[in-house]
Design a protein around this ligand. Structure first.
Ligand code: SF4
Length: 398
């Protein structure tokens, strides 16, 4: 069934001043769970397509951004999936490039009073929840996530109400209101260990929103998990059959898979891990080439980590292809040099979280951070590599 769903992003698009900067928008289709029927429908939202600056414009924009970051005593934290220029700028100016957990943790611990978060909205909200006293700005507040869009707080609350006996564990890719309803928040680098620990305590789990990650963790731990049926529109597109063909064409390549991917793709992985864990695996491996099943924004950091090696996008094309994202998140792509500069010049696009919601949401995040401080996350090698201990030694910042 296909329906057009009035996503939150399309409402914001009309009201927010940054919409003026975009030269184009595109419709993004994603699978939205229908929990009452157990199925899903195709919903649509909007993503803006920022203009691509020329080489000269890029250099001048970057110079001006660096100057303003200094003048405003602000720090830039960028996700691995955003534009390479924004990743480089973060590192060159004393900020950081990392996964969503480390972005929030870095922002919380950094002395700067203003954080610029280049990523998608839930990352800005998480930073604000952890640092309510700081000013959190984002290049575009309309940059969202199909997992967040597919898990509306009121529907999620009703689902939780139906299962009061379950411990509620939510993935980072959710709104502040959904986190406020959760007992635990997890990221992909530590979700498996937290569920394992809860399972060992005899807890039954309600998991949301990513069905593939939830199913992967359920299989690994044997935990009793009731899954929300959301998905990431980037990872959901990787194709198992076409990956088999690609592996046959590149038998020397190591297959790196983020566990938001479908089970048929995860089953073919040599390394399964979060973004940070996959980059660490590239650094540790002697393989000459890699097939990468996650957003291709990560290839910038992987190429820096292993210069001269070959990186290949896992297939989203082929007989069963729909190519809604073509391995790059349309909302991560909304972060550009122009809107970053605009935010620094004007102070626009500040993230606000209702203080009462933030106070409730921080509980589940702090639980994870406390857990992470005591344990190191592990990469899960497949059978093909399970004896290569050196490859996995030290991988996975908790
Ligand atoms: S890549 Fe997927 S999980 Fe990440 S922000 Fe985009 S839609 Fe969400």
């Amino acid at each position: 069934m296909k329906t057009t769903w009035p996503a939150r992003v399309s409402n914001n698009l009309q009201s927010h001043p940054t919409a003026m900067q975009a030269t184009a928008t595109k419709v993004v289709e994603f699978e939205r769970p229908q929990m009452e029927t157990g199925g899903s429908c195709t919903a649509s939202a909007w993503a803006k397509v920022p203009p691509t600056p020329s080489v000269e414009e890029r250099a001048s924009l970057k110079a001006r951004i660096k100057q303003l970051l200094r003048e405003k005593q602000a720090v830039l934290v960028s996700h691995y999936y955003v534009d390479a220029d924004l990743q480089d700028l973060a590192e060159e100016t004393g900020g950081c490039v990392s996964d969503s957990l480390e972005m929030a943790r870095f922002g919380r611990d950094h002395p700067a009073k203003t954080l610029i978060v280049a990523g998608v909205r839930f990352m800005g909200e998480t930073a604000k929840i952890l640092s309510p006293e700081k000013r959190i700005l984002m290049p575009d507040l309309d940059a969202t996530c199909s997992l967040d869009l597919g898990c509306a707080p009121d529907e999620f609350a009703a689902f939780c109400d139906q299962h009061p006996d379950r411990t509620v564990v939510v993935y980072a890719n959710t709104s502040a209101a959904v986190k406020a309803r959760a007992d635990w928040m997890v990221t992909s680098s530590i979700g498996l260990e937290i569920v394992q620990a809860l399972h060992a305590q005899g807890k039954k789990i309600l998991w949301a929103p990513d069905k593939h990650l939830g199913s992967y963790i359920q299989k690994q731990t044997g935990a009793d998990m009731l899954l929300w049926q959301g998905s990431c529109l980037v990872h959901d597109e990787f194709k198992g059959t076409e990956l088999e063909l690609m592996r046959a064409a590149h038998p020397e390549a190591l297959v790196l898979v983020h566990p938001e991917s479908p089970a048929a793709v995860v089953a073919q992985a040599d390394v399964i891990g979060s973004t940070s864990q996959l980059i660490a695996a590239v650094q540790a491996s002697n393989a000459p080439s890699f097939i990468v099943a996650t957003d291709n924004g990560i290839l910038h950091k992987m190429r820096q980590a292993a210069p001269g090696k070959l990186f290949i996008d896992a297939p989203t094309a082929g007989n069963s292809a729909t190519c809604k994202s073509c391995a790059h998140c349309p909302w991560m792509a909304m972060n550009g040099l122009q809107n970053l500069l605009h935010v620094l010049e004007t102070g626009a696009n500040e993230i606000h979280v209702d203080p009462a919601v933030g106070k409730q949401a921080v509980v589940c995040i702090d639980r994870m951070l406390d857990f992470a401080a005591k344990k190191k996350a592990n990469v899960r090698p497949s059978a093909r590599l399970e004896n290569e201990q050196t490859l996995f030694a030290g991988i996975g910042p908790a």
